[in-house]
Design a binder for this molecule. Sequence first.
Ligand code: NAD
Length: 354
Amino acid sequence: MTILVTGGAGFIGSNFVLDWFEGSTEPVVNLDKLTYAGNLQNLAALEGNPNHHFVQGDFGDAALVAQLLAQYQPRAIVNFAAESHVDRSIHGPADFIHTNIVGTFNLLECVRSYWGAMDATGKEAFRFLHVSTDEVYGSLAKDDPAFTEHHRYEPNSPYSASKAASDHLVRAYHHTYGLPVLTTNCSNNYGPFHFPEKLIPLMIVNAQAGKPLPVYGDGQQIRDWLYVKDHCSAIRRVLQAGTVGEVYNVGGWNEKPNLEIVHTVCALLDELKPRADGKPYQEQITYVTDRPGHDRRYAIDARKLEQELGWKPAETFETGIRKTVQWYLDNPEWVRNVQSGGYRDWIGKQYGEH
Ligand code: NAD
């Protein structure tokens, strides 16, 4: 048996593949285009593992996907591949439409034809798991209840709109063609191999480099945070026991304002690697113009996954964030290698530095 993972060289996908081989020898075909966000160094620990088959390519390339499906005959597909950064989607939405909507559509078409040709037993056992985000639900007011799986889709950024469209396509392929799909909508992840354009790694990396720690607006935007390995265990659990056609919200019950996250990172750095001048890292915090259309609050109600499938996160925010900061301190070479010229230009554009 084999599974096909798309986007398995990105942040969550690579954590998922690494985790997979901690508990299984079932082969993984890892299809990733290696955009700026894909990084084979994330998978260095799998070098020489005969069960990991990495293929550089586009998940929307019908001929390639059809060939991989015919060659490896996977029993399941886990679809991580996407353009994932909200700020990039504001500056240039086209790639998000192309990858997240058209790419997912092309993949679904290939999978529909592959699945359609299976015998009854194969059809019954097959799963297509689509990895999505809580951002499709839009923004909550301070006292609103957390998003359940029944919350209306109200995406507010080109990124979340493109993910919402892909979720709808996945749903439609189940209702129209009977494709055995599962969808997970997860809150913000953090942990090892997170590209340093995102809040937590950006703060760790900038703090270390003596650079400003840019906080959008008043920093009071609330997000729910989940350690990436807990997201991976949730995906494995849904793949194993989820009910076909169902949606599962994944979250850590860790709602925190962005500013609090930045203060927590600074305090951990003060403890683990104090500044040479002995001053606190929080002196580097600077407030920058808020992102247009910035959602105020996301919160995930993960009770369905917990109660129906018995999933529980292993980390609290306190244990997970400590591991994360320590990982970045222990892996300066990984950080250096992802900070190409292109990365530096982008970060300047994102925060209006020139
Ligand atoms: P990421 O940007 O780190 O990784 C995306 C990966 O997809 C990269 O390796 C990239 O090379 C690959 N990719 C992009 N376009 C491709 C294409 N056309 N064909 C093949 N591969 C392609 O993203 P991530 O943070 O790991 O997110 C993975 C998935 O999880 C995404 O679908 C995202 O929407 C979802 N998600 C992310 C979060 C989060 O907090 N990061 C939370 C919930 C859901």
